[in-house]
Ligand binder design. Structure first.
Ligand code: GUN
Ligand code: ZN
Length: 438
């Protein structure tokens, strides 16, 4: 791990050099059928055609070869709730009832620090088993729930964004903080964890309906006082929620205006869902550089609606979008499955989404949405060596289907449609092997 002795891996490799929503995929995707990727000190130091790279390497360098595989940048999950791991598949309700019936019950258990630590451990292991190397994580209202998350991520050398949830109304008493206590606790956590190794802090008001104006005001002030930190929250997931927020904030001109008013939009702010945004809100997302985390399995599970990726990425005002699981409303840790559901949602919404574009949303596009594209999301030399090694023959039927896939684009489509955790052959974090399938 983080060794200064160079090592290398060899196999087919794919990375993005640009945005497949604004240019033909061939011009922004670099696919190398036989690549060598060199790792040193936790970073990628070279990546390219094996015949070109091999002669430049020391004779004694260790090269791990992955035949029938595809080397990808590690997946990035832009919005996920680790305390909800234990309620995945708790169903039958729409958002607000689901929160009350299952989520707020499960999150109260996090008053127990040991329970938080155990959940964080299971959660991080499961991310890695699915080839996910970075996530933007919601904790609970309890300050120690964020400590638990950061400790688990740090022990695995992961680049994780996380934050304690802020909630001072419309939640059970046991899950409420106050405007001042949420400011104070978040400040302590920023001082302790932000930029500590690879960890980053996100100020995390759950959503406008569970914060008073005073709490959002202090959240905006805290963000302004701590440059480089993040803001994460939810927006426009269901119409019922939108109507409720309008009632709670009658002076504001819509849902996004609430966050904007309190200084919670701009680079390094990312909002889950954004299914039911208005014309003006789409423009405002674009103009402010605010990002959306698209959570297709969650939206299907709760019946929240169909996110229109075509509208989001409209070339005249593209909004930054990253893909996300949103567990436990989301149903899978697998970003391959999330891409597959994203494709199906796009079909139902009347939009197009190629497998190449879906992969971009789970790697380089997600890194861009999080303003981390100089560090993660590609195989570019100088970036951090977080990798997912994908087995192209992970099940008998995928093996059979792949035999008639003629292009890398077609292979990606098969992976997106049929792939899951079984397709993750290995995961590297900061250059170290973090997971190897049996
Ligand atoms: N809106 C506010 N909180 C939540 C949550 O935990 N999950 C989802 N899907 N939406 C939310
Ligand atoms: Zn969420």
């Amino acid at each position: 791990m983080n060794s200064s002795i160079p090592s290398a891996i060899r196999g087919a490799a794919l990375t993005f050099t640009g945005d497949p929503f604004t240019a033909p995929s061939k011009s922004v995707m670099h696919y190398e059928r036989d690549a060598i990727l060199v790792i040193e000190g936790g970073l990628i130091t070279a990546c390219g055609n094996a015949a070109t790279i091999k002669p430049t390497l020391p004779d004694d360098i260790e090269i791990t070869t992955y035949p029938d595989s595809l080397i990808l940048p590690g997946f990035i999950d832009c919005h996920v709730h680790y305390p909800q791991t234990q309620i995945i598949g708790a169903g039958g309700e729409a958002l607000i009832d689901w929160l009350e019936k299952y989520t707020f019950v499960a999150e109260q258990e996090f008053s127990d620090r040991e329970h938080a630590s155990e959940s964080a451990e299971i959660f991080c292991d499961e991310l890695i088993r699915n080839g996910t190397t970075t996530a933007s994580v919601f904790c609970t209202v309890h300050e120690h729930s964020a400590d638990a998350m950061f400790e688990s991520a740090q022990s695995r050398h992961m680049r994780i964004i996380a934050g304690k949830v802020l909630m001072d109304r419309n939640a059970p008493d046991a899950l409420q903080d106050t405007a001042q206590s949420s400011y104070d606790a978040s400040k302590r956590l920023i001082e302790k964890w932000h930029n500590n190794d690879r960890l980053l802090y996100a100020i995390t008001p759950r959503f406008a309906a569970s914060s008073t104006p005073e709490q959002l005001e202090l959240a905006g002030a805290l963000w302004n006082e701590n440059k480089g930190t993040y803001v994460q929250s939810h927006i426009s997931e269901t119409q019922q929620e939108i109507d409720w927020v309008q009632e709670l904030y009658p002076d504001r001109n819509g849902y996004l205006d609430v966050y904007d008013h309190f200084g919670l939009t701009g680079p390094r702010s990312i909002y889950g869902h954004g299914i039911h945004l208005t014309h003006d809100e789409w423009h405002q997302f674009h103009e402010t550089g605010t990002a959306i985390a698209h959570c297709p399995t969650s939206n299907q599970f709760l019946g929240s609606g169909l996110f229109d990726i075509g509208k989001a990425r409209r070339p005249n005002r593209p909004v930054s979008v990253g893909l996300a699981t949103d567990l436990g409303a989301g149903t899978s840790f697998s970003m391959l499955q999330t891409m597959g559901t994203g494709y199906q949602v796009a079909r139902l919404a009347g939009a197009d989404l190629t497998a190449t574009q879906a992969l971009y949303l789970a790697t380089a596009g997600a890194a861009k949405a999080l303003y981390l594209d100089d560090k993660i999301g590609t195989l570019e030399p100088g970036t951090e060596a977080d990798l997912a090694i994908i087995d192209l023959k992970s099940t008998p039927v995928i093996d059979y289907r792949m035999q008639s896939a003629k292009t890398i684009e077609e292979q990606l489509f098969v992976l997106m449609t049929m792939g899951d955790d079984r397709a993750i052959q290995a995961t590297y974090i900061a250059g170290g092997l973090a997971y190897q399938r049996d």
